[in-house]
Design a protein around this ligand. Structure first.
Ligand SMILES: C[S@@+](CC[C@H](N)C(=O)[O-])C[C@H]1O[C@@H](n2cnc3c(N)ncnc32)[C@H](O)[C@@H]1O
Length: 287
């Protein structure tokens, strides 16, 4: 808020009642002596009561002081640096071996772990499992990664601040992961947000490349339309074969991985149906 203007005042800072409506006209605070208060003017057959001074004057001066700054040039607020700027990331380089980050007999990858419960719970299923989470939101990547460290799981479970669409193509060698998880992804519904979607051709191609020959892709969502879309997309890609409960279908009633995501815990608590799909890597596919 700047100091009150000393410029000559326009005929403002008045509160008038005209045509039954209250008008607050606001301008720079006036230092000139006010016109006679409570004067009644009659113009064009309408009564206008212009009130100056007293309560109204003080109100108008206060409002004026708040609004005299140029709205197109608002005062700059000092930027507080984000505490999550230094969230852990993948090592630099065109190609990154996930084993430089996590070590274990069975390597898995989760895209968008969010608040991370699947990472904690999955790493606790077996000391053989090592799982890499790629989370685009720095804040949650860092909070979860720190929690994993405190839990003594860092060697086998990490949550790194990465956009999966940029990070997946950098991961090498091919065939390194036993399983890939995509849980409740893409909470964007508008067409203009299509570019943000993780699920798509690039994701399927990269996951197919990164999965071992007997590797699996598990997807779940509580949004029915999205479930149908994912099912169609993966089946149509011809990169994966269905491994669901029924022959020819990827649909699977339960999550067989003894670990649940935050959203999954919530959906179960709220009694929402969860749509789950399991596919295996197709070897003959040319991805
Ligand atoms: C709806 S939340 C679900 C979180 C978690 N998977 C769960 O089931 O509770 C989707 C998550 O995916 C993350 N995400 C979205 N786009 C991403 C991307 N390109 N790379 C990595 N993470 C992404 C979001 O930041 C968010 O944490």
């Amino acid at each position: 808020m700047g100091p009150p203007s000393l410029a000559p005042p326009p005929p403002a800072n008045s509160l008038a009642v005209a045509n039954g409506r209250a008008l607050v006209e606001v301008g720079p605070p006036s230092l000139a002596p006010p016109p006679p208060a409570n004067s009644l003017a009659v113009a064009n057959g309408r009564a206008e009561r212009a009130l100056f001074g007293g309560v109204y004057g003080a109100l108008a001066v206060a409002l004026a002081a708040m609004t005299t700054e140029n709205p197109s040039n608002p005062p700059k607020r000092a930027r507080v640096p984000s505490p999550y700027l230094h969230a852990a990331r993948l090592p630099e380089g065109e190609s990154v071996d996930p084993r430089t980050v996590i070590q274990g007999k069975i390597l898995e990858i989760e895209i968008g772990p969010g608040r991370g419960s699947f990472l904690y719970e999955r790493a606790n299923v077996s000391p053989d499992i090592a799982i890499l989470g790629l989370e685009v939101r720095k804040k949650w990547a860092q909070i979860v990664d720190e929690r994993l460290a405190k839990m003594g799981l860092h060697g086998r479970a990490r949550s790194l601040a990465e956009d999966a669409k940029e990070a997946l193509p950098r991961l090498k060698p091919d065939g390194i992961f036993a399983r890939a998880y995509l849980h409740f992804p893409d909470p964007w519904w508008k067409k203009k947000h299509t570019k943000r979607l993780v699920m798509g051709d690039l994701f399927m191609k990269e996951i197919h490349r990164l999965l071992a020959d007997d590797g699996e892709l598990f997807i779940q969502t509580d949004v029915e339309d999205r479930a149908e879309l994912y099912e169609r997309q993966v089946n149509d890609s011809e990169l994966f074969f269905t491994k669901g409960d029924q022959a020819g279908s990827a649909r699977i009633a339960e999550n067989p991985f003894q670990a649940r995501t935050p959203r999954e815990h919530r959906a179960i608590k709220d009694g929402l149906p969860v749509h789950r799909f399991l596919w295996g890597k197709k070897l003959s596919a040319t991805g």
